[in-house]
Design a protein around this ligand. Structure first.
Ligand code: SF4
Length: 147
């Protein structure tokens, strides 16, 4: 199995600390986080993904062009960082070395262009500024990180 992620969720997964749009959304996201933490391969998809899934029955932003634009910005930024194209069908192994590299670039602002206008931006900035405590994808870098 692969974890199907749209490109901007490569960023969002870095700061996921158990907050989200609804209890069902968070529970599903926690399951995705467990799979990613176990090293399951990511498959990049266009449009709604395994994290969006619980939102798709309702009036959701997941299919909006603004979100697709966020995906494109994130794909470009991750590709520039890693030197590997990020397109639909790209497979990415979320090992700790990659997650650390992504976190460092997220914290420095290098990966944040895609975050413009996002309602969660303040939370994500705070998580990054404090060294990613309590994150649920990969190993929380600080002791006492809430897992
Ligand atoms: S600010 Fe929004 S788009 Fe950026 S990582 Fe956080 S949740 Fe994702």
């Amino acid at each position: 199995m692969t974890v199907r992620l749209r490109a901007h969720h490569l960023l969002c997964m870095l700061t996921f600390v158990g907050k989200g749009y609804s209890p069902a959304f968070v529970e599903n996201y926690r399951q995705v986080a467990r799979r990613l933490s176990a090293g399951e391969t990511i498959e990049i998809v266009e449009g709604p993904d395994d994290i969006c899934a619980p939102l798709l029955d309702g009036d959701t932003h997941c299919r909006e062009e603004s979100v697709a634009a966020r995906d494109r910005q994130a794909a470009e930024a991750v590709a520039a960082l890693t030197g590997t194209a990020v397109d639909a069908g790209t497979l990415i192994v979320p090992d700790e070395a990659l997650l650390e590299r992504l976190r460092a670039a997220f914290g420095s602002g290098e990966l944040r262009a895609a975050c413009g206008g996002c309602e969660w931006s303040e939370l994500c900035s705070r998580v990054a500024a404090h060294g990613f405590p309590g994150i649920l994808v990969g190993k929380a870098p600080l002791a006492g990180g809430g897992r």
